[in-house]
Design a protein around this ligand. Structure first.
Ligand code: PMP
Ligand code: GLU
Length: 404
């Protein structure tokens, strides 16, 4: 059988694969602790669930315009103004099946084969693969130090005449680092001056800790949205615990949105009608669920860092947002795939290898589960890595014996 060159070049999403593995092992009764997850375990926004049920009851579940329903686009305009202080028109907004699809159609709209897309490492697993789906070239820029903060000069040094897009995700999956005001301003200026599309993936912007505010990229953007290169991507997956609804969006220049809508119209006809109604209700509804999620993640970040302190050789830059941290296990094992496989096999803890995010030696650990999951998961990791940790470990009703 013959498949396309693109199919052969694309890797499966490691994060989605690990979710499947964790679910399968759990279904088989294995005492798995899932520290690999990338979705809140809270229930979805109540306002969203109500709106979805109300719409379903009407039985009128039809196609919508490819770029989204007028109601959702208007609601996103209001949300955008509330969060960024910038008023755009509904024609600057496209709703998609997840932030993932919003980024993908944006890439399809601006990238030609051979074009380059620059982004800091560590990066979200899907970025390089999405770039490759367009026949373009991913250019990852490694961090200078353990803070995982990118510098403008490092990024700029990788910009060439072929660079068509820069992609920024802050707070960052997997490191939890929130990039500095200075960096965000600099990168917006760079892209506006050099006419490079700048995708800001802001999917974690409400999940920020220590009373801090994420930098506002619009401070340096061109005033006229139709002249700006800034593409702001967001969605309800993380903030409103609505991953399965598959609803995200982009706010960008009208010409770009028009091209994205044409592409999306041919690909999927647009996002699900039910999900669009649910997302609009989440954005308009009581925002208490967002603060509860944020506060719970902040508390669990503390528990994670405290638990990890039992491993003095593991360095972890404290996350400033998201539900991830990205400790460096390199003193124990440089091959993160090997380490992740070992932890799953021996102590049934799911982690995501750092290599998938462009930085070997690290593991991504998630705080999406309960505080007990975090404490138990890290306790098992500590036991597995510490040769003085005793010969046996209880895992639920089972006992593991150290044979390594
Ligand atoms: N960007 C980042 C950085 C993410 O971690 C995710 C998580 N899946 C997404 C985008 C995509 O989110 P969505 O569920 O809206 O497609
Ligand atoms: N973004 C999440 C993660 O990184 C969800 C899975 C995915 O879409 O990759 O785990």
């Amino acid at each position: 059988m013959r498949f396309s060159r693109i199919a052969a070049s694309i890797n499966e999403s490691a994060t989605l694969r690990l979710n499947q593995i964790a679910a399968r092992l759990r279904a088989e009764g294995e005492p798995v602790v899932h520290l690999g997850g990338g979705e809140p375990e809270e229930k979805a926004s109540p306002a969203a669930l109500q709106a979805a049920m109300d719409l379903l009851r009407t039985g009128e579940i039809r196609y919508t315009p490819a770029a989204g329903t007028p109601e959702l686009r208007k609601t996103i305009v209001e949300y955008h103004e509330r969060v960024y202080g910038v008023r755009v028109e509904p024609s600057h907004v496209i709703a998609s099946s997840g932030a993932k699809q919003a980024i993908m159609v944006c890439m399809h709209a601006v990238l030609d084969p051979g074009d380059e897309v620059v982004f800091p490492a560590p990066y979200w697993v899907s970025y390089p693969e999405m770039v490759k789906l367009c026949g373009a070239v991913p250019v990852a820029v490694p961090p200078r130090d353990a803070s995982m903060q990118p510098t403008l000069s490092d990024l700029e040094a990788r910009v060439t005449p072929r660079t068509r897009m820069i992609l920024i995700n802050s707070p960052c999956n997997p490191s939890g680092a929130m990039f500095s005001d200075e960096f965000i301003r600099g990168v917006v200026r760079l892209c506006e001056d050099r006419e490079i599309w700048l995708v800001i993936d802001d999917i974690y912007h409400q999940l920020v800790f220590d009373g801090r505010q994420p930098p506002n990229p619009y401070v340096e953007a061109r005033r006229n949205p139709d002249e700006s290169r800034l593409v702001l991507v967001n969605g309800v997956s993380k903030t409103y615990a609505m991953t399965g609804f598959r609803l995200g969006w982009a706010v960008a220049a009208r010409t770009l949105v028009t091209h994205m809508a044409s592409i999306q119209g041919q690909q999927t006809s647009g996002a699900s009608t039910v999900s669009q109604a649910a997302a609009a209700a989440a954005l308009r509804g009581d925002q208490g669920c967002v603060e509860r999620l944020r506060a719970s993640l902040e508390r669990k970040r503390g528990i994670m860092l405290e638990s990890l302190s039992a491993l003095p050789q593991v360095h972890c830059a404290p996350p400033q947002g998201t539900f991830y941290c990205f400790p460096d296990f390199g003193q124990y094992e440089r091959d993160s795939q090997k380490l992740s496989d070992f932890l799953l096999e021996k102590v049934r803890v799911v982690t995501v290898p750092g290599r998938e995010f462009g930085l070997d030696g690290h593991l991504r650990l998630s705080t999406c589960g309960t505080a007990e999951d975090i404490i138990e998961g890290v306790r098992r990791i500590v036991w597995a890595l510490d040769p003085h940790g005793g010969r046996e470990l209880r895992l639920g009703s089972r006992t593991v014996v150290r044979d390594w």
